[in-house]
Write a protein that binds this ligand. Structure first.
Ligand SMILES: O=C(O)CNC(=O)[C@H](CS)NC(=O)CCC(=O)C(=O)O
Length: 293
């Protein structure tokens, strides 16, 4: 089976448009997770949102070591197809995290898929950095044992809210990818996530706001929240950060029920921030040539 074509559409963004992040608790029931995503898509569209960001692993959070390989679908799978249909039915763009079964063999990729408002799969980014950690009194996870790692930074995507750079969760800790995306024209960055409770409490907001301030972009951080199974729970705190580093919308951490946080993206404001403090022009690319790629 051939994956749907990845096309780049010429989209002229509005100077101001609404965008949203979603927060929910995926488990290993894909049909239930799908209904949650479709409900969030419908809810966002009813609020006038042009693009919705959903969390990492929106298709499922595995309970056992074998489940990622058992449950993961290809890019032509039912889960993504239904998301594409919902995007089209509701006339809204969607970015979401899924496990992507490769066309050939191998473990699934941890993928951020972007769907346009006519249901086209516009871009696919595969997580570059594997969360292989062993933190005392914190997470012990070996993502590379169940996921294949991506090998390239995705092109910036033209969306109706602005030019979007794609990352996922743990990628947030590696500023070089956000710098490269900004270099390539990103006005928005997204980090669909499932941060652990302990590292989320320690670092989540700080890292998101740092990336927004450094790159002078809007940051969309959709997040998993709550208890997925006996072994896994996520921190939540889905939020939207503006290019000055202000958290302009966030989901409550008081409940694991599906929720949205909505904010306006204002590209004139973004340009004002960049004009007044042109950090990108002040970079010493003579000394740090890798960042000028
Ligand atoms: O496994 C899945 O189904 C979904 N993927 C995840 O939950 C991933 C890999 S284990 N989690 C993270 O990257 C957490 C990063 C984090 O918490 C940090 O950087 O502190």
């Amino acid at each position: 089976m051939i994956a749907p074509p990845l096309t780049r559409l010429a989209v002229s963004p509005a100077r101001r448009a609404l965008a949203a992040v979603g927060q929910f608790c995926a488990q290993n029931d894909m049909q239930r997770n799908l209904r949650t995503c479709v409900d969030l898509i419908g809810g966002a569209a009813r609020r006038g949102v042009r693009m919705l960001f959903l969390p990492e692993a929106s298709d499922f959070v595995a309970e056992t070591r074998n489940q990622p390989a058992e449950l993961a679908q290809g890019l032509d799978g039912q889960f993504l197809r239904e998301i594409q249909q919902a995007a089209k039915d509701n006339g809204i763009w969607v970015s979401l995290g899924i496990h992507e079964q490769p066309l050939t063999t191998g473990m699934p990729f941890n993928t951020n898929a972007v769907v346009s408002d006519d249901g086209t799969l516009v871009s696919v980014y595969r997580k570059l950095h594997m969360f292989d950690v062993n933190v005392k009194d914190g997470p012990r996870l070996q993502e590379s044992a169940v996921s294949s790692r991506g090998e390239r930074v995705a092109d910036v995507v033209d969306t109706p809210v602005g030019k979007l750079g794609l990352s996922i969760c743990y990628d947030l800790r590696f500023p070089e990818i956000s710098q490269l995306l900004r270099q390539r024209g990103a006005q928005l960055l997204c980090y669909p996530s499932a941060f652990t409770e302990m590292t989320g409490a320690a670092h989540w907001e700080t890292l998101l706001r740092a990336r927004a301030v450094e790159t002078q972009t809007y940051v969309f951080a959709a997040a998993q929240i709550g208890r997925h199974n006996a072994k896994r729970s996520s921190y939540g705190d889905a939020m939207i950060v503006d290019p000055w580093g202000v958290v302009v919308a966030r989901c409550s951490r008081n409940s694991s029920e599906p929720t949205l946080a909505v904010a306006e993206v204002d590209l004139d404001y973004l340009e004002k921030v960049r004009r007044e403090m042109p950090v990108f022009d002040h970079r010493r690319t003579d000394l740090f040539p890798d960042y000028a790629a």
